[in-house]
Design a protein. Structure first.
Length: 299
């Protein structure tokens, strides 16, 4: 049985097809009548019936109304979802209590957080593109293949079949148990600048499941290189010695740098807020996109 939403979405298509069939039938009947009339009368009626409105209608696409109706149903659905899903507490708490100022420009993929810490300016940037690029199934499939390869070298064929089935079952159970716990990884670009123009630190990190994992730590003598806003800046930043991967540093140094970041607000609260706000913004941008496309189709 089709759901109410499916019926509502399929209705515009059914109506459009019915309308098209009716139009074709009327056209065929009219053509038969006109073909039986004198040529001079036919020419006179064709000229008198011509108008700008008919030309405009003829030039319009045949599926415009159908597309517009479909977009309208998507907009209504998103509105219903928004009404039933209040603003997550993690977002509200962060906005109310965090020292960061959130810069969210409509139409932009990026979200920018800024704050002052003494004489330092701290900028944290993340993007909703991480949602579009996230493919969790690839990691799961790779892990499954690796485990199956190991089994091929250590067990008989029957053991492999039984082990593969057990492994698949365990994998599905793990996914079902953890699908509500694992969040989409949100990449953070953190820039710390000093007001005395002593350069900048650029930290690349990932926020996921309430934790922030630092991947790379760069130092730039010119703070502009940390932002990489144009092609020349990007090229100059890429030619700068990047330093070793953060994970290869002395463990004590890693711990101290993590504490250094925590003092500046790169905390668990941010690790929870960023992925949630990324999803929240993507929904807002999608709604705006639907309205913009519908407005263009209807214009």
């Amino acid at each position: 049985m089709m759901s109410v939403r499916s019926i509502a979405r399929s209705a515009p298509r059914a109506l459009a097809r019915a309308s098209t069939t009716s139009t074709i039938s009327r056209y065929q009947r009219t053509s038969s009548i006109l073909s039986a009339r004198p040529t001079s009368l036919l020419r006179t009626q064709q000229v008198s019936a011509f108008s700008t409105s008919m030309l405009r209608k003829a030039m319009a696409g045949e599926v415009d109304e159908e597309v517009s109706a479909k977009l309208a149903s998507e907009i209504d659905f998103e509105k219903d979802v928004k009404q039933n899903e209040p603003l997550p507490a993690s977002i509200k708490d962060f906005l109310d209590n965090s020292p960061f100022k959130v810069e969210d420009v409509p139409g932009s993929e990026n979200v920018v957080l800024t704050r002052m810490f003494g004489e330092e300016k701290i900028t944290v940037t993340f993007s909703i593109t991480d949602l579009h690029n996230y493919e969790p199934d690839m990691l799961d499939d790779q892990a499954m293949e690796d485990d199956l390869d190991d089994m091929e070298h250590g067990h008989s064929q029957q053991d492999q079949r039984g082990g593969a089935a057990d492994l698949a079952q365990e994998g599905n159970e793990d996914l079902e148990a953890g699908e509500d716990e694992t969040s989409v990884p949100c990449r953070l670009n953190i820039v710390i600048e000093k007001s005395n123009n002593k350069g900048a630190l650029n930290i690349e990190a990932v926020a996921q499941d309430g934790a922030i994992v630092v991947e790379n730590l760069y130092y730039y003598a010119d703070a502009k290189l940390a932002h990489s806003t144009d092609a020349n800046t990007v090229h100059a930043a890429q030619s700068t010695y990047p330093g070793p991967p953060f994970g290869s540093l002395d463990e004590d140094l890693q711990i101290l740098m993590e504490r250094y970041l925590e003092e500046r607000g790169i905390t668990q609260a941010l690790a929870i807020f960023a992925p949630d706000y990324m999803d929240y913004k993507e929904q807002k941008e999608y709604m705006a996109w639907l309205k913009n496309v519908k407005g263009f189709i209807d214009a």
